[in-house]
Design a protein around this ligand. Structure first.
Ligand SMILES: [Zn+2]
Length: 228
């Protein structure tokens, strides 16, 4: 090494020592940062409503428990249940678009059909509540083309929301409230950001019955309730 390069080499060594030191400090700081970022959260979501019997019962329980949730509604189920939809908004919950018809073959007939279905549901919600939803959930969880369709829906300005845990009210035939509670606990196990799929359509009285225990479980496990 020539003499004139020595100061440069020394500077390089000093810089490496400083960088290594910063690196160690950053590494040491990671656990605290991660802890703050990974607050345990649960999003209670209800699809396929509003219904005359089950949705008001669920709203009563959420009110009693002071918990906010997200309702992915079906546009053509709003007629004659406008007050229920207004109450969802008034109570501080989020209304999302699910579908206008909830008819698989119609919704997924083409891209144009899917977008028209979304527009119709959003318009039905806006007509009653005065504001258009900004979140969306695919009926039946989408198709094989879910990834491409997600981009399509996102281009319309929607946040597309799936789920990573279920209460089982669609998966388990004639499930009891006890079974729905147990399924919620089982499928959410080990997940720090839980998006729990439930339904508030007319056949899901057991879901409302299970809800207080489901809420108590997440509360006792240290989860914070969130909405989209
Ligand atoms: Zn649905």
């Amino acid at each position: 090494m020539q003499k004139k390069y020595i100061p440069f080499a020394a500077l390089l060594v000093i810089m490496l020592v400083i960088l290594a030191h910063i690196g160690i400090r950053l590494t040491a700081a990671v656990p605290a940062f991660t802890f703050a970022e990974e607050e345990k959260q649960v999003y209670l979501t209800f699809d396929d409503g509003p219904s005359s019997k089950v949705t008001p019962r669920i709203l009563d329980i959420l009110e009693e428990e002071n918990v906010k949730a997200t309702f992915f509604v079906v546009g053509d189920r709003i007629a004659s249940r406008e007050d229920i939809l207004r109450r969802i908004v008034k109570d501080g919950h989020t209304v999302g678009v699910h579908s206008q018809t909830h008819d698989y073959s119609k919704i997924y007939a083409s891209d144009k059909a899917l977008l028209a279905d979304i527009d119709a549901c959003a318009a039905a919600v806006k007509k009653v509540t005065g504001s258009a939803p900004s979140v969306y959930r695919f009926p039946f969880g989408g198709t094989k083309e879910r990834k491409r369709l997600t981009s399509l829906v996102e281009e319309k300005g929607y946040r597309v929301v799936g789920w990573n845990a279920v209460c089982g009210d669609e998966e388990i035939p004639n499930a009891s409230a006890e079974a729905l509670y147990l399924q919620s606990v089982k499928t959410a196990k080990g997940i720090r950001k839980v998006v729990l799929l439930c339904h508030d359509s007319t056949t899901h009285a057991a879901t409302a019955e299970a809800l207080p225990r489901i809420i108590a479980h997440f509360r006792e496990a240290g989860y914070v309730f969130r909405t989209f």
